[in-house]
Write a protein that binds this ligand. Structure first.
Ligand code: AMP
Length: 187
């Protein structure tokens, strides 16, 4: 499955809980990039300038990273992709990768939240853990990219009838309950 949501919607937190509950691996492109930035790998050095500006890392870089990850054995029993695809090009690439690996998508979970609520949340997070992409100008830019490019990604999956939307406003536990109900996972 995929989890898609605007920055600050809590998709990383919910992805961790879903992956535990369903016993499938969670793969977050944002986490993989941040880990590479921290270790100062060539991929990290390449990605950092885009991340700090709140831009998408180029499709070519992101796609090959996801292609490698989805070739691993641990995704064969199920996987949850968090933060990918975010562009139309990535949707097409993911279709190819899945076909080549004989994998399929069951569900695309979209977390929804209002922009102003997200800005407030992200400014709070910036103070807590000092993410370098969490100042207001960069936050608004990331939200703009979500509206301009990633909502169109959701539309592509809506055409396939596999999108489930969940309201991402509320406490972490409330949102998890809604997610599990929407996924029809017994709690
Ligand atoms: P996230 O933690 O999902 O908000 O991702 C943090 C940052 O990593 C994003 O703002 C982008 O710079 C980069 N990133 C993560 N996933 C992607 C993706 N699918 N395509 C391009 N850039 C990405």
């Amino acid at each position: 499955m995929l989890i898609i949501g605007p920055p600050g919607s809590g998709k990383g937190t919910q992805a961790a809980r879903i992956s535990e509950r369903l016993a499938v691996v969670a793969i977050s492109t944002g986490d993989i990039f941040r880990d590479n930035v921290k270790r100062e790998t060539p991929l990290g050095l390449e990605a950092k300038k885009f991340m700090d500006a709140g831009d998408f890392v180029p499709d070519s870089v992101t796609n090959s990273m996801v292609r490698d990850r989805l070739a691993a054995e641990d995704v064969r029993e199920g996987f949850l992709l968090d933060g990918y695809p975010r562009t139309a090009v990535q949707v097409t690439e993911l279709d190819d990768i899945l076909r080549e690996n004989a994998l399929d998508l069951d569900v695309v979970l979209q977390l929804t939240a209002d922009d102003e609520e997200l800005v407030t949340r992200l400014l709070g997070r910036a103070q807590l853990d000092g993410r370098s992409d969490d100042n207001e100008r960069v936050i608004r830019h990331r939200l703009g990219l979500y509206h301009d490019q990633t909502e169109a990604v959701v539309s592509r999956y809506e055409e396939r009838g596999i999108v489930t939307k969940v309201d991402g406003i509320g406490s972490i536990d409330e949102v998890t309950e809604r997610v599990m109900a929407a996924l029809k996972v017994a709690s």
